[in-house]
Design a protein around this ligand. Sequence first.
Ligand code: UDP
Ligand code: MG
Length: 326
Amino acid sequence: MLDPELELSVVVPMYDEEEVLPIFFDRMRPLLDGLGIQYEVLVVDDGSRDATASMLIAAAGDWPQLRLVRLLRNSGHQAALSAGFRRARGKYLVTIDADLQDPPEVIAEMMTAVKSADVDVVYGVRSDRSSDSFGKRTTARMYYRLMSRLVGKDIPFDGGDFRLVSRRVVDAVNGLPEDGRVFRLVIPWLGFPSTEVAYVRAERAAGHTKYNLTKMFRLAFDSVTAFSAAPLRLATWLGLLGGLLSAVFVVGALAIKLAGQSVPGWTSTVLAVSVIGAIQLLCLGLLGEYVARLFQSSQKRPQFLVGYDSLEDKGHQALDEESVRS
Ligand code: UDP
Ligand code: MG
């Protein structure tokens, strides 16, 4: 839903953010008004149980650019972003957290960058993570390293979900048939030309984190399963390893028995446990291979997106979503 008048949509997912809202309004509004462009602030209320929604409705009374989209229930940060991508009308779209950890002042830099560098994505990249605990920094580093390998592209390190994208990217993301997208992976995976803007991540302005441990695990799990069937194949490898080990056990157990040193019943128990264990793992692995294939074909991702075609060279507004599906 592109509104040609609107230059920028700022998408903000919010879940129980009543404490941060007054600061959010004070900081956001002068900044966006100062950009001198037509914009909308699209807040996606992710099923908040506190006063978030009513405060937003009240604030929209004297801030006409403020728009509220409410989800029926708490669907998670990434799902809220999906809703924002679908509903946003601007030519450019920025996603930013409500808690002001990502300084909104950087939005101006992102707008300048996207216009001067002819790119479609501007990633906000944390240049300094000292505001996070050691544990969070370490797990984050592991996450980004693993994800870069799985996606097969460089995932902007410490990218988070602060970035600006053009309408072509919005349309491409909305065209993806899958559910449970992880934006920080899917957007680099699409492969649009991009640049980065570094920023210092601040402390949460008010309230406390809305990402509990379950949600963090969900994100990590979605990230892996969206790009890799490797875990399904784990059983195959374990089965092969088990097969090798059981061969050693079998020979060993028989040798001990022949030497007459075994307790009655021991040999058959060892044989049964090791051989059957290996066979079971192997079968599970085979099953995993088929499930993996089904999973990959059910994702129905387009094989490629065409960015330029000399036949239709009218700038780059027309991105054909070539969906030769596998
Ligand atoms: N959020 C959301 N739904 C959720 C959890 C979080 O929309 O189920 C929003 C939250 O309001 C915030 C953003 O996602 O705007 C990032 O969450 P948070 O700042 O709590 O995460 P952290 O920075 O601690 O990782
Ligand atoms: Mg935060």
